[in-house]
Design a protein around this ligand. Structure first.
Ligand SMILES: *Cc1c(COP(=O)(O)O)cnc(C)c1O
Length: 419
């Protein structure tokens, strides 16, 4: 970033005028504040509703009303194949083949499900490495999983912590921990981006280290999907799960995503828990004994497609297609850099705990306020700037490039400066 980043409203407006993606903001509904659109920095928690969602939902309601069961084949988007509507866009974002990705259930459910395949502890190999302070749902999932296998979480789960006084993990420490436990390690499971610090981990390096230790590597990409384009296949990642209601704007409780590397997806004997939607389509309705998995991640499908939990995601992914994930990332880097440079221009009462290296973060900056964090958050909300507060002392800001502008970022800075 060599260009000067000025702390002024006209400069921010100029940046917006030159932004080829600026008009995508108009495709979303914003919560209203005193008769005006709020500024929305919570896309890392729940993305906004695309204006095209109402019509998309109405269409499925209409097809259901008019066709009932026939809609499985004859709806404008036949429900029998509804989950394939997402394959192309998601394979592009995740960097994998269309077969390697699917949409179903919700994140934690998918995590439990895929861990039935990838965590089968033996006497020798039973340990899981994860980051300390992982999202609670991931902590609970792993704690209860190892207990289900009759193991003690304190012994079976190794948590990697930041060095004393630090808030972020060092890649070297992650790799070393993996190496240290190489004889007993079954699985490395990390968040792609830590929800609290915004740190984006080095997935290729962690994956390579896990494989060198004879373990699987899987990721919870809740904060990465729709935020940073990935190359999961090339990085040789074994599996990944994510939710669709954060940067992907799929709406509350939207169906989540699953990636499984083709070496498992093409192996019909790879163990799994199955349901009829994962069965080969040509024999699914024969209702016969003997599960024949579909090729790819689809072989982990369980139940009939949750059309109404997928329809908003479909509408949103059409917008991602139009904007382009690489272009969004490029804007995101500039938008977050602008926020960072504003925060560094005058002595502000906070510390940015997210990594300074743009390659180690996505759209989110986490600001740690030793004092007044809660009051500053309340002030933002009062001014129509929606962001969130996480104990202890952190305001998380996610300028999502689809619907946040440079002017939005400047407004936050202005309110903070005048607090
Ligand atoms: C948001 C989030 C979840 C949420 O899981 P659900 O099953 O969709 O409720 C899980 N893990 C991480 C890391 C998250 O950020």
């Amino acid at each position: 970033m060599t260009q000067p980043l000025e702390a002024s409203a006209p400069y921010a407006e100029q940046m917006d005028a030159a932004d080829p993606l600026a008009s995508f903001k108009n495709q979303f509904h914003f919560p209203q504040h005193q008769g005006k659109d709020s500024i929305y920095f919570c896309g890392n928690s729940l993305g906004l509703q695309a204006k095209s969602v109402s019509a998309a939902v109405a269409q499925e309601l209409e097809d259901w009303r008019n066709m009932a069961v026939e809609g499985y084949f004859r709806a404008r988007n036949p429900w029998l194949y509804y989950q394939y509507n997402f394959s192309k866009t998601l394979s592009g974002m995740m960097g994998c083949s269309e077969d390697e990705v699917t949409v179903m259930n919700t994140l934690t459910v998918n995590l439990h499900l895929i861990l039935q395949s990838f965590y089968r502890p033996g006497k020798e190999r039973f340990r899981i490495i994860m980051e300390a302070g992982a999202f609670p749902s991931d902590q609970y999932a792993l704690e209860t999983l190892v207990k289900l296998h009759g193991l003690d979480p304190d012994n079976a789960i190794i948590e990697i912590k930041p060095r004393p006084g630090a808030k972020l993990l060092e890649t070297a420490d992650i790799l070393e921990t993996i190496h240290t436990h190489r004889d007993s390690l079954a699985l490395v499971l990390m968040g792609g981006i830590n929800y609290y610090t915004g740190q984006f981990y080095d997935l290729p390096a962690i994956t390579a280290a896990a494989h060198a230790a004879g373990a699987y590597a899987g990721y919870d990409l809740a904060h990465v999907a729709g935020n940073i384009p990935l190359r999961l296949h090339e990085w040789d990642v074994d599996f990944a799960v994510w939710c669709s209601y954060k940067y992907l704007n799929g709406g509350p409780g939207a169906a989540g995503g699953l990636y499984v590397h083709e070496r498992f997806g093409n192996d019909a004997s790879f163990p799994r828990l199955a349901g009829w939607w994962g069965n080969d389509e040509s024999t699914r309705f024969k209702m016969e004994k003997g599960f024949i998995p579909r090729k790819g991640a689809a072989g982990w499908q369980i139940s009939t497609a949750q059309v109404f939990n997928m329809v908003a995601l479909k509408a949103s992914l059409e917008i991602f297609d139009a904007a382009g994930m690489e272009r969004l990332r490029e804007k995101s880097l500039r938008l977050t850099a602008y926020l960072e440079s504003l925060l560094k221009q005058s002595p502000l009462p906070c510390e940015i705990i997210t990594p300074a290296d743009p390659q180690q973060r996505g759209a989110q900056l986490s600001l740690f306020f030793p004092e007044n964090g809660k009051a500053i958050h309340a002030k933002m909300m009062e001014q129509g700037i929606i962001c969130d507060y996480r104990e202890p002392g952190v305001i998380r800001l996610a300028p999502a490039p689809l619907y946040c502008s440079f002017t939005d970022v400047y407004r936050f800075y202005e309110v903070l400066r005048n607090f």
